[in-house]
Design a protein. Structure first.
Length: 165
């Protein structure tokens, strides 16, 4: 496993743009909420740590990971002033093909939103084989993928600003 000895949520603040002027949307799946709440907290804390302002972060909840696509699309449409959206979810392998369909659908849906809109959507959906892997990546021994998503959102927000010139 590539992340066995590495905490992926460590970052160098000196290399991250200051987030004070950016507005972020975060859409959080309620399914596997013990995982998604940890991911949200990692994202929220990282944005604030990089200069973001609490009032510039909008959170919406959706029932499950598949619904992240619609939630992110509506957030893009509702908040013209957002600089980036983070989609947070957790899908854990079960005994049926449902896992494959949900993971593929969410991945393709988030990709499509990035093609169709000027507001980047960051993919923060854990697709793990078991609950322990999800716990390890939502604030556990492998760090917090929510933190990584926030750093990606800040960088993409800056790219969005830079690309307008």
């Amino acid at each position: 496993m590539a992340t066995v000895n590495k905490n992926l949520s460590e970052y160098d603040k000196a290399t991250i743009p200051n987030a004070k002027d950016f507005r972020f949307g975060i859409v959080v799946s309620e399914w596997n909420d013990d995982i998604t709440e940890g991911l949200f907290q990692g994202a929220f804390d990282a944005i604030l740590d990089c200069g973001g302002i609490k009032e510039n972060i909008v959170r919406w909840n959706v029932p499950g990971s598949f619904e992240l696509i619609y939630g992110c699309k509506k957030m893009q449409q509702s908040y013209d002033m957002l600089d980036a959206v983070i989609a947070i979810g957790s899908v854990i392998q079960g005994q049926t093909k449902h896992f494959d369909f949900v993971c593929d659908g969410v991945t393709q849906g988030i990709k499509d939103l990035n093609i169709q809109s000027d507001i980047p959507v960051i993919f923060c959906v854990l697709t793990d084989n078991n609950k322990q892997q999800s716990l390890d990546r939502s604030g556990g021994i492998h760090g917090n993928k929510g933190t990584e998503a926030a750093i990606a959102a800040i960088k993409m927000a800056q790219l969005r600003v830079d690309a307008k010139f």
